[in-house]
Design a protein around this ligand. Structure first.
Ligand code: HEM
Length: 133
């Protein structure tokens, strides 16, 4: 059984698997890019690293929107919390990967992005807006 409306459809199960697969790719891609940024690797500027994350994140968000449409409307608090944490993750993630940020600020932004990502995943796993509360 999946979803707030007890959806059992194959479509929902495929979307869920797609979403979780993209989550794994997106988070490992972010970890690899942050490592390359830390060691100032020129590989970070490769075409694939500039395009692939956008493709993966688009599929991740599209699968999320489809699951919400099928089973989670009106939005429960844990999904609203995920959306807020996602905005923080994207913002801090950009700062953490930016060429123009100073090392200390970059590392602080990386820490904040990791906390936001952990919040998103734990909110999804516990269906709670505040997993540590
Ligand atoms: C704001 C955009 C997002 C929305 C609306 C959203 C929505 C959802 C929905 C509806 C589910 C299915 C819950 C279930 O059927 O039990 C789900 C699962 C999940 N989401 Fe997201 N999601 C979003 C972004 C993300 C992001 C960015 C991540 C991580 C980086 C993420 C991580 C997960 C994980 C790990 C699950 C699996 C939970 C489980 O199997 O119990 N989501 N999400």
């Amino acid at each position: 059984m999946y979803g707030g409306r007890a959806v059992t459809s194959n479509a929902y199960q495929w979307l869920h698997a797609l979403h979780v697969g993209c989550v794994v790719l997106s988070l490992s891609g972010f970890a690899m890019r942050a490592t390359m940024r830390e060691f100032a690797s020129p590989r970070l500027d490769a075409r694939a690293w500039r395009i692939l994350p956008h493709v993966i994140d688009t599929v991740l968000l599209a699968s999320a929107v489809a699951m919400v449409w099928l089973a989670w409307w009106p939005l429960p608090a844990w999904i609203l919390a995920k959306i807020v944490a996602l905005v923080a993750y994207v913002g801090f993630g950009r700062i953490a990967l930016s060429h123009s940020t100073r090392p200390r600020e970059r590392r602080l932004a990386l820490l904040a992005a990791v906390i936001a990502a952990a919040w998103i995943v734990s909110a999804a796993l516990t269906k709670s807006a505040c997993p540590p509360c």
